[in-house]
Each structure stands twice: as C-alpha cells, then as structure tokens.
Design a protein around this ligand. Structure first.
Ligand SMILES: Cc1cc2nc3c(=O)[nH]c(=O)nc-3n(C[C@H](O)[C@H](O)[C@H](O)COP(=O)(O)OP(=O)(O)OC[C@H]3O[C@@H](n4cnc5c(N)ncnc54)[C@H](O)[C@@H]3O)c2cc1C
Length: 438
C-alpha cells in the first residue's frame, strides 16, 4: 500500500495530524507502539481493573479539540460532564471555588468574595495584583517571565506564605505537578491566559467514560473511515533516512515508506528517534536540550464513593496534588473510584506500590478521607519523562513542527503552540504539523 504520510504515535497529537490529513484526502498510516490509542489520554483494562492514564480535565475555552471531535462525529456534551466548581482541602476544612462566571455566576462570585477565613482580604488584594502583573508581563515580556520561577515572582509581588501555600501551590503542583520554586512563571500564567480572554467559557469537563473508549478510539475510527490505516503494537525503532531525506520508518518487523513522516511521540521518544541523524550545532540542538518531567497517579477502586460529588479537589500540604471521585463520571461501573495525581512525581517514580499506597492513605487521613477499609483494588500509573518540563528556561527550546530535514515534521504537546502540555496543545500541534505538509 502506498502512503502519503506516516504518523508515529497515536496520542492526541498523532490522531489530530492523522485526522486533518485524512480529511484532506491524504493516505495516512498511523503507527502506535501500545495496544491502545490515546497515549497520555487513554484508558484500558489492567488485569480486571479499568484504569486511565490519569485524571484529565477538558477546559471550556478549548477550541481545536472540540472542533476535531465535532468533525469526527463525537458529541462533546455527551462525552463530558461540566464542572462549575473545584475544591481546596486544608486539613478538615474544605473551600469551594466557582470556575464559571457565565454558567455559575453566583458560585464563582461567592468563591472569590467569600472564603475570608481561608484567605484574608489583604491576601486577596495581593493575589489580584500578582495576577494582574503576571498577565501584563505574559504578553509584554515572555522570555523574562520564563526565566523566573512562580515562587520568586510571587515573593516579588508581596504574596505571603499563606497565599503561596493555599492558592499558588494547588494551582501549580495541582496543574502539572511541579512545585512553585521550579514552575516557570511564563508557563504558569500561560495556563490561565487563554481562559482570561474567553472568561465566559471558564468551566471544565470531566470525561463520562474512559478516554480511549469515548475519545481516542472514535478518533482512530474516524481516520479509518476517511481511508487511513491505524496499527497498534507497532513500535517505530528507526527513521529511514536516505540522502538526507526521511523516507519512512522501520518497526522490528516491517519497513514503511512515505514522502512524509510525522514524529508525534512523547518528547523523550522523539529525541531518541532523531538523535542518530543530528549533528552538533544543528537546528535540533534545542530539541535535544529540552527537559522532560514525569507524572505518577494512583487509582483506588473502592466499595463506595469517597466523596459526595465527583469534583476536582486540591489538597495542599499533602501528596494528593489533584484528585477526584470518579464513580459517577469516568468509571460508572465502579461503586467507588478515587483517582489521585501525586506530587512531587519524582518522590514516587521508583517507589514500591505498597509504599505509595501507605503514604497516600496517611495523607488522605489528614484531610478527613478514611479510605483503608474501603479499598477493593488499586493501580499505580507512572509516566517517566513523558511531558516536556514546565521548569524555568525551557519554553524557548520547544521546536516548531516544521523541521529543516526534508520529509520530517514534528507534532506533540512539547512542540511550539500556545496551550502548553495539554490536550488542546497536542491537538493544535497535530493540526500545525498537518498544515506544514499540506
Ligand atoms: C498526569 C497528567 C494529567 C494531565 N491532565 C491534563 C488535563 O487535565 N487537561 C489537559 O488538557 N491535559 C492534561 N494532560 C496533558 C495531556 O495528557 C497531554 O498534553 C496530551 O495527551 C499529549 O498528547 P501527545 O499526543 O502530544 O502525546 P502522547 O499522548 O504521549 O502520545 C504519544 C504517543 O506516541 C506513542 N509512541 C511513543 N513512542 C513510539 C514509537 N517509537 N512508535 C510508535 N508509537 C510511539 C505513545 O505510545 C503515545 O501513544 C495531563 C497529562 C498528564 C501526564
């Protein structure tokens, strides 16, 4: 079979590129190393327990991802349940913050104006100044902002330790698992900036069902309907390079040829694939220097729901970075399901599963969650070096989708696009990669 384009990796970036190209009549071959499609947005059956890559939230201001799903025939409102509030738990106290000034204006206002016991009026004013300055500088001086950590930036703007612990840390280690002393201020404000411009769309969706089942698989099927081919269990070992041009790929079993190849893998895999072909001082230097970060989550199958609602919750001062009960949404066949993204990930990357569980149970007790006697089963899901690092000084190293090598294009959330390491960012990168070929 003759292909126009080979796409390596069927995460959202590869699925997006594959769909755009198939939509425009190109013959696409999508090669995925794993048994399932979806990459970091996937779900599968692990020896009788349904698990997912990790807890994911679909921001209301995303546009490329809903557009892709719409054209693939996937109804966004059916696969998502919209959330209007998130919770922060400090000890036994719980504070609710409204996300959606348009869909839940009263809750949003009450969250910001109320909660004076949780965060003082003085600190609220300091936070308002911190956010106003950050958004101004995000537009005016992006490089300067990428050179300073969000903790140093907060100190510069007079935020006290309480505001740092209760607001900054949930919003930094909670989103993307890095502590604020490492988190780039540019990446930090960039996560919120698109939402600011579309404040009326500020809410977030939780998936109704596993992400492979409701999103990635239907996307792969849409590509197939448009004439593309999707192969799983197909790990690309090497690029096929002839006379300085990439003309295809090699798996352990087959060679596939095409005039264009898109690498849409994780950052670390992309570095591995291009490494044999790059020389020092080349365009690829920055890509090779770009750092990656890891993530670890634990998913607990319970005999009853752990919380009254399925709601995104942050717990500063504990290892429970972001967590949510999911038995009414993503895992409807579970009696109870708690999914937790752990922070800091480095602490848990190599740790024995039983030891992780022990630490999680102790920290959960501190916020009033007594889980021990309710656990039926559990899994730890680890991604070592899968996401590009939001540490300071990395943003300018992110490569464009177009490369100087003939026949070679990059996609993936780590490539240049305005939505950082998110599902929206991955989809935008896939679209840009397809445009570079078209
Ligand atoms: C813990 C966690 C929580 C997150 N939460 C959110 C969230 O709430 N909201 C949000 O918008 N985003 C979130 N994200 C980010 C989002 O998951 C990613 O940005 C997005 O999934 C990245 O897609 P991708 O296609 O770039 O990469 P990936 O999904 O990693 O896809 C790469 C694919 O390439 C395949 N592959 C690798 N090597 C090879 C090879 N040699 N041959 C063939 N195939 C190969 C992999 O198996 C994988 O399927 C989260 C990420 C993590 C890790």
């Amino acid at each position: 079979m003759a292909y126009d384009v080979i796409v390596i990796g069927a995460g959202l970036a590869g699925l997006s590129a594959g769909f755009e190209l198939s939509w425009r009549g190109k013959k696409v071959l999508l090669l995925e190393s794993e048994p399932i499609v979806g990459g970091r947005t996937s779900s599968w059956d692990d020896d009788g327990m349904k698990v997912e890559s990790s807890l994911h939230r679909f921001k209301g201001y995303y546009t490329a991802l809903p557009d892709l799903l719409f054209r693939a025939g996937i109804d966004v409102d059916r696969i998502l349940k919209w959330e209007e509030q998130v919770a922060v738990k400090v000890g036994l106290d719980k504070v609710l913050f409204g996300l959606s000034p348009f869909h839940g204006p009263i809750k949003a206002l009450r969250g910001f104006l109320g909660n004076n016991k949780f965060i003082s009026v003085k600190e609220k004013l300091a936070l308002a100044r911190f956010f106003a300055a950050g958004f101004r500088e995000y537009v005016a001086h992006p490089d300067q902002l990428d050179a300073i950590s969000v903790l140093d930036y907060a100190k510069k703007h007079g935020l006290n330790q309480d505001a740092v612990e209760k607001i900054l840390i949930p919003l930094s280690s909670g989103f993307f698992f890095l502590p604020p002393q490492r988190y780039s201020t540019y990446a930090y404000f960039g996560m919120f900036f698109p939402g600011l411009k579309k404040f009326y769309k500020l809410r977030q969706g939780t998936f109704n069902g596993g992400m492979t089942e409701v999103m990635a698989d239907p996307l792969a099927k849409a590509i197939t309907r448009l004439g593309g081919t999707v192969k799983t269990y197909a790990k690309v070992e090497k690029l096929l390079v002839r006379n300085g041009r990439v003309g295809g790929v090699l798996t352990s079993e087959e060679t596939f040829e095409a005039p264009y190849t898109i690498i849409a893998t994780t950052l670390a895999e992309s570095q591995r694939l291009v490494k044999p072909h790059v020389t020092e001082g080349s365009w690829f230097d920055d890509l090779m220097k770009l750092e990656s970060m890891s993530s670890v989550s634990i998913q607990l199958e319970l005999d009853k729901p752990s919380m009254a609602q399925d709601m995104t919750t942050f717990a500063p001062y504990t290892c429970l970075g972001t967590f949510s009960e999911q038995s009414r949404t993503t895992f409807p066949n579970s009696k109870g399901r708690l999914s937790i993204i752990l922070t800091p990930p480095e602490r848990f990357l190599e740790m024995e599963e039983e030891d992780i569980l022990e630490i999680v149970l102790q920290d959960a007790m501190k916020i009033g969650l007594n889980l021990e006697t309710h656990i039926l089963d559990y899994r730890v899901v680890r991604y070592a070096n899968a996401s590009y690092s939001l540490d300071t000084g990395n943003n300018h190293l992110r490569p464009s989708q177009k490369t100087p090598v003939e026949g070679l294009v990059l996609a993936g959330d780590y490539t240049q696009q305005p939505y950082f390491a998110t599902m929206e960012g991955a989809v935008v990168s896939g679209r840009l990669a397809a445009q570079a070929i078209l």
